[in-house]
Ligand binder design. Sequence first.
Ligand SMILES: Nc1nc2c(c(=O)[nH]1)N[C@H]1C(S)=C(S)[C@@H](COP(=O)(O)OP(=O)(O)OC[C@H]3O[C@@H](n4cnc5c(=O)[nH]c(N)nc54)[C@H](O)[C@@H]3O)O[C@H]1N2
Ligand SMILES: Nc1nc2c(c(=O)[nH]1)N[C@H]1C(S)=C(S)[C@@H](COP(=O)(O)OP(=O)(O)OC[C@H]3O[C@@H](n4cnc5c(=O)[nH]c(N)nc54)[C@H](O)[C@@H]3O)O[C@H]1N2
Ligand code: SF4
Ligand SMILES: [Mo]
Length: 694
Amino acid sequence: MQNSATPTHCPYCALQCGMNLTPVPDGGVEVTERADFPVNRGALCGKGRTAHQVLSSRVRLTSPLVRSEGKLVPATWEEALDRIAGELRRTRAEHGPDACGVFGGGGLTNEKAYTLGKFARVVLGTSQIDYNGRFCMSSAAAGGIKAFGLDRGLPFPLEDIPKTGCVILVGSNLAETMPPSLRFFNELRENGGTLIVIDPRRTKTAEQADLHLMPRPGTDLALALGLLHLVVAEGRVDEAYVDERTAGWEEARAAAMAHWPEYVERITGVPVPQLRETVRMFCEPEAAMVLTARGPEQQSKGTDTVGAWINLCLATGRAGKPFSGYGCLTGQGNGQGGREHGQKADQLPGYRKLDDPAARRHVAEVWGVEPDSLPGPGRSAYELLDALGVDIRSLLLMGSNPVVSAPRAAHIEERIKSLDFLVVCDVVLSETAELADVVLPVTQWAEETGTTTNLEGRVLLRRQAITPPEGVRSDLEVMHELADRLGVEKGFPTDPEEVFEELRRASAGGPADYSGITYRRLAEENGVFWPCPAADAEAGHPGTPRLFLDRFATPDGRARFVPVSHRPSAEEPDEEYPVLLTTGRVVAQYQSGAQTRRVDELNAAAPGPFVELHPRLAARLGAAEGDPVAVVSRRGRAVAPARITTGIRPDTVFMPFHWPGEGRANTLTNPALDPTSRMPEFKACAVRLETVKP
Ligand SMILES: Nc1nc2c(c(=O)[nH]1)N[C@H]1C(S)=C(S)[C@@H](COP(=O)(O)OP(=O)(O)OC[C@H]3O[C@@H](n4cnc5c(=O)[nH]c(N)nc54)[C@H](O)[C@@H]3O)O[C@H]1N2
Ligand SMILES: Nc1nc2c(c(=O)[nH]1)N[C@H]1C(S)=C(S)[C@@H](COP(=O)(O)OP(=O)(O)OC[C@H]3O[C@@H](n4cnc5c(=O)[nH]c(N)nc54)[C@H](O)[C@@H]3O)O[C@H]1N2
Ligand code: SF4
Ligand SMILES: [Mo]
């Protein structure tokens, strides 16, 4: 579509690295360096570098598919859309609007996420919408809202990291999950700052650390409480800050004092001297940060765990001050924006609450509907998937591959198969799309324009660089066509900028206020941090790179301590299942692998699943490197080759979750949910290991 390079952003993770797409002679594009984006300054990981290969029509869908006599066969768009509209209408007539479910994704642009939420509530009239971000950032979001009154992953730009004195990185393997961001931590250390990594495995990230703590999976809550205990015992509380900027200290203090260092050592396996050293390194410099990722968050106590880490920051005066604070490293490309504009079960655009009457009135007016017509909050992601074929009879799925990525996946696969009707919009034939009744082939990043909000809260413009292949349409076009067929002719534009203009109005005055942001500004300014209210649009509100410097987003401006206590994981090892399983990622594959498993170079680097285990555990089992090992939990059994390393606790095994089939990690995982965030416990369940006869 253009002859010169188009500046844009990577389709994958929340770093949203800047890249150029440069035309190549065969009519396609390739990824080339773009140095002007401050997050990555030109650096890309292998996934970003090869992202253009997934644009090729060799690996993707280019025709709608409709199930006929048990098989998915090509169909016209008219046939496919008519079939979907007919089935959704029938479900609604026979079972009521809540029998239609919608499942979205944190990779969808703001425009798509916004439109999907509106489509569910206005066109289908269903409360049953949620998305895969529930599996990702929901515990950190819940913790942040409780303590600060607002959830924005990082309350400061990544560029602040080199300027702080110490960073505690809790359960993040960013050397593999966001490689270009490692630069900020290297600069931190060059500047004399220190890095502490907390991970049950000696990851590539932990190898960079000045101090590495290796707790048992699922014990970060006790660990944080133990550190706070020591902060108090050693007289390191910032009393003036606590008085001036916080509320609830006494209760939180009392809860922490019950967590003696020796008791915490017994729970976590982290020796007391390491706890003391952590407190010293964290408290001595003038500024310090705690950053969490999925390790401590994907737990049935993730929200409390995040609360405990925030308590540590508050007690030591390390939040809402320059180069200090708590942040969560959000994961998906639009993991931040995807949680702000209404595809979450309890939310309306602008990070408004669906059960807040004023929010309902505001959004209903923008949408031109009655506030009372908006359904209430629905089920969370796992609960929604678990209700498929029971209460929910038809599902529209856009931007997720739960057959691979949902906890207790064999059960969820059965639930999906028991649906009356499944429609999947995707760019490739994912494992979930293979089960659909209708599959719609959609455009992706480089073929359409849209905005994403990266892990810093920086809203970015991803520009169209290439004409989509024949036969595909955008997600916005799909929703427009379906709305039209279901009797809603207006309000579902197909032009992303028109959607964004409406999103600006819908978000105006909400916590995530985008009303002062325009496509023009995004193009000129290389991104704008929310909140950016329009009240000052004339003067040009500069956006808000740093939050909470004057006050927190609570009614009285004070941050809230949360009184939390340690509790065990939903499933602790016992005689029958004596080992802990934790799960996560490798650098060369992305999520369910739907996209990256289609790139040769990435498959060569990471060809398949494995079970990482300590030599002592391997010896007890009688397994050698590469031997197939069966991992068995109360949910099922998975088999993958052994990868033996001293870089993991001897009581723990690790599996990446990027693959379907026999080695699918999620066959094993426990869907125990956090009571507040409804996050499943992906990071800790009990298993036993067995050798497999060849
Ligand atoms: N290559 C690659 N990059 C990605 C993604 C991808 O799939 N592949 N996905 C993106 C997305 S959506 C996300 S959410 C992020 C995730 O980014 P990360 O959170 O960095 O990724 P994970 O590998 O899931 O988990 C991080 C670490 O948590 C550790 N861990 C496990 N259990 C515990 C525990 O109980 N406590 C502690 N402290 N640590 C524990 C694991 O050993 C692992 O090293 O990555 C993003 N980037
Ligand atoms: N065991 C275990 N399980 C986990 C995790 C873990 O750490 N351990 N992590 C969890 C986390 S943090 C996450 S985020 C989830 C992610 O897991 P999934 O939700 O399965 O995420 P993806 O694999 O990214 O799936 C996105 C799908 O949408 C398609 N797609 C991409 N762009 C578009 C688009 O613009 N429109 C449409 N319609 N489709 C598009 C892709 O091709 C792909 O099929 O996995 C969770 N599952
Ligand atoms: S780190 Fe994330 S955003 Fe950057 S190139 Fe890799 S996948 Fe893309
Ligand atoms: Mo994620």
